[in-house]
Design a protein around this ligand. Structure first.
Ligand code: ASP
Length: 319
């Protein structure tokens, strides 16, 4: 397992960027635009850009973008190779939302490498928004998805090591969690987003975080903007985080201000706990401005626009 720091350096080098460039607050103000969470946002944005730069739809861009960490066995917080729950099961959560407020989600889905695409099928082929567990798997199989083993030898080893103490304590910015949330604005000025994760490592069986919950881990309003989140999902759910960020933008806040206000809401609700956990928000508006903010230092995100050719930044933080 690579450390976050090492991977940050690796992707920084790949994207030939100035690490942690202080561009925060300065709006990109352009389209197309794609932003996504954490270091794996860089290779993921590069995939999404192939769709956006060709005039494609933001929805297709975000789906294709998040396939990158979902399919990467070395990423231990998303899709294949994700760290399991405390019973050793890899259970995945994902959602997707388009410019018409169509949305689909899956939670606690096992054995499928690309849960985001199952979420898209839920959106497009069913009258529902969310399918969970066995029902989600059954549906995926009817849609032609292949049943696969997602627990890699490395993740199994990490889980067995964890079992020795079996202590459950999320640690800010380390890879026993992390989600890819990706939001994009296409050339037609339409917004879409996707969010996908294996959730908190060693979680209780059946635990679902913010990531597949529309309004918590992801929200898109084509009139206003889009937002996504990462970190301890329970705290994001409590404030309907991504929906809150979008509503704050509707009230006239910039994406940066909206992310800051949402994080401050968590601090107000949980003054003590908020010092120990990580939560980060990432947002874009309809004009192609972006912003990000987190509780703790270390929340990285990637931006790709005509002016910013795929760079990784570190968000400002409350602490
Ligand atoms: N938000 C995810 C969850 O709670 C985990 C993460 O982003 O770190 O499942």
């Amino acid at each position: 397992m690579q450390s976050s720091r090492r991977r940050f350096i690796k992707w920084s080098a790949l994207a030939s960027l100035t690490p942690l460039a202080p561009l925060l607050g300065k709006p990109a103000g352009s389209k197309p635009l794609v932003v996504s969470t954490w270091n794996f946002g860089v290779p993921s944005n590069a995939e999404a850009w192939k769709v956006l730069s060709g005039g494609g739809r933001a929805l297709d861009a975000v789906e294709r973008g998040v396939w990158v960490p979902e399919g990467d066995a070395k990423e231990t917080s998303v899709g294949l190779g994700g760290l399991p729950d405390r019973d050793g099961r890899v259970t995945l959560d994902a959602c997707i939302m388009d410019e018409f407020a169509n949305c689909g989600a899956v939670a606690c889905l096992e054995h499928i490498v690309h849960p985001v695409s199952v979420a898209r099928k839920v959106m497009e082929k069913t009258p529902h928004v969310m399918l969970v567990g066995e029902g989600a798997l059954q549906f995926a199989l009817t849609q032609g998805f292949k049943k696969e083993k997602l627990l890699t030898p490395e993740s199994e080893k990490a889980w067995k090591e964890w079992l020795k103490k079996a202590e459950y304590k999320p640690v800010a910015n380390i890879e026993n969690h992390d989600t890819i949330g990706m939001i994009a604005l296409d050339m037609k000025q339409n917004l879409s987003g996707a969010c996908t994760t294996s959730g908190m490592a060693y979680k209780m069986k059946g635990r679902v975080g913010d990531s597949p919950i529309i309004g918590a881990g992801l929200y898109v309003d084509n009139e206003v903007g889009a937002a996504t989140s990462t970190g301890v999902g329970e705290e994001v759910i409590r404030i309907c985080g991504s929906h809150l960020v979008v509503e704050l933008m509707r009230q006239g806040n910039t994406p940066q201000e909206a992310c800051e206000k949402a994080v401050q809401r968590i601090v107000k609700n949980q003054p003590q706990k908020s010092k120990e956990i990580q939560v980060g928000f990432l947002a874009i508006d309809k004009s192609g401005n972006y912003g990000a903010y987190a509780l703790q230092k270390g929340f990285t995100y990637a931006v790709y626009s005509p002016e910013i050719p795929n760079q990784l930044f570190e968000a400002k933080s409350h602490y």
